[in-house]
Design a protein around this ligand. Structure first.
Ligand code: AMP
Length: 419
């Protein structure tokens, strides 16, 4: 007997989880739409090179976590580990940058794939919702993106959000900082992990992200990015922070925050959820400003800012903090059929559905009691009882399952009542 299991790091969402994921996504999409972000859909696979160029050769995503393969035509393909690179590629392919109305504001939702070690809240296929603004020119646009992300989380019901924020400056500031890091780590690197040795050569900033405890100890006293920002970068960062202050966003400047992708510059940020006991339960999402990514994938040099939320992370934490807001399946009405009335009942169901009333009915002959049990399990507000007499008189019993109130109505009246 075949016994198929889900692939490692994947999961099936159904009932409450699936409904909650849809509800969360709808809240995020609606907020982004209210900020004038238009949806964009891009393929879930792209050329591997797109991701190695954009995320950076030294990023964990590229070095360890890509789901890559050769297709039957010998092309080197990867399932997208994040969505931004594909969105930038689509902007170039379709010349979306050639608009008078920059910045372009785009929102996306869909699966991303990382060959990560599966653990609580970490999957190999997960969903991201995110936004990108392309062609930004000032600190207000960076701040607007951050404030929107913060407000999304508040709207979803997270009571304590802390925004961790840092600036990794412009190219010049980062080059000076990388030099300082190399100087600091040069006599320590021999005792650090193999990944850090590689990062030391390719991108020493990434060492700050290392999760190995003994390496983290060494990172504590490393030079801080804040001391290497040139004047323009510092001014830009101060402007963003001052706009956040005025908008009442609580933040914490974290000088070690560099984020896992190579394309960022200037402001980078992550949204963390703090439990009632004060424990940081990890990042719900993050993003930042980037100056070169569009050019890197073949477009003009336009500065951008964006963020992505992990939908599964949002769902599992929301479930913990407010299990009672968990979505359940709901119906306006369940049609209870008695005797030879299926044809008429089906006609009524279709009529109600075409009037945007959520209804269900069963086609197996069951007792009234059994059908009412189904209606209750499906959280129907009403039942419509359709028996042979009812069909003859074209009058049906509409019963409110909560108040038990029952009235006799024709189909049009039922539609008016349930609408
Ligand atoms: P990143 O761009 O890596 O910061 O990812 C943005 C968000 O996606 C993270 O803050 C997580 O909430 C979520 N995320 C990233 N990797 C995974 C994963 N393997 N499984 C589930 N969620 C993830």
């Amino acid at each position: 007997m075949a016994n198929y299991q889900p692939q490692r790091g994947t999961y099936d969402a159904f009932y409450g989880d699936a409904l909650n994921i849809e509800k969360i996504t709808k809240v995020l999409k609606d907020i982004a739409s209210s900020y004038a972000y238009y949806p964009i859909h891009t393929p879930i696979y792209e050329s591997t090179e797109l991701f190695t160029r954009s995320a950076g050769e030294s990023s964990d995503i590229v070095t360890k976590e890509m789901f890559d393969f050769l297709d039957k035509g010998g092309r080197h393909i990867s399932l997208r580990p994040e969505v931004t690179a594909g969105v930038m590629r689509a902007i170039v392919t379709n010349k979306l940058y050639a608009t008078k109305d920059l910045p372009l504001k785009l929102q996306y939702f869909g699966p991303a794939f990382r060959y990560d070690r599966p653990q609580a809240g970490r999957y190999r296929q997960f969903n991201q919702f995110g936004v990108e603004q392309v062609g930004v020119t000032n600190a207000y646009e960076d701040a607007e993106t951050i404030i929107m992300g913060y407000d999304c989380l508040k709207k979803l019901g997270f009571p304590h959000i802390i925004l961790k924020i840092n600036s990794i400056g412009d190219l010049e500031s980062r080059a000076n900082y990388k030099e300082a890091l190399k100087e600091y780590f040069k006599d320590k690197i021999d005792n650090m992990c193999a990944d850090c040795k590689h990062r030391f050569e390719t991108n020493p900033l990434r060492i700050l992200d290392c999760k190995v405890p003994s390496d983290q100890e060494l990172v504590k006293d490393a030079p801080k990015m804040g001391n290497y920002l040139n004047e323009a970068s510092q001014t830009r960062f101060d402007e963003v922070l001052s706009i956040l202050d005025k908008a009442g966003v609580e933040y914490e400047v974290d000088p070690t925050l560099v984020r896992g992708l190579d394309y960022y510059s200037h402001v980078v940020f992550e949204f963390h959820f703090i439990s009632n006991e004060g424990t940081n339960l990890g990042a719900l999402g993050g993003g930042g400003h980037y100056d070169n990514l569009l050019k890197e994938v073949g477009g003009p040099k336009l500065s951008s800012v964006g963020f992505a939320f992990g939908i599964e992370r949002l769902n599992s934490l929301l479930k913990e903090i407010s299990p009672d807001t968990y979505e359940v399946e709901k119906l306006d009405a369940y049609l209870v059929t008695l005797g030879e009335v299926k044809e008429k009942a089906f006609e009524i169901a279709t009529q109600l559905r075409r009037n945007n009333i959520d209804v269900d009915m069963g086609f197996a002959s069951k007792s009234m009691k059994a059908q009412i049990k189904i209606a209750l399990r499906k959280n129907a507000k009403y039942i419509v009882i359709i028996g042979e007499d009812e069909v003859k008189n074209d009058l049906y019993q509409l019963k409110n399952l909560e108040t038990q109130e029952q009235v006799s109505l024709n189909v049009e009246q039922i539609i008016n009542k349930l609408k």
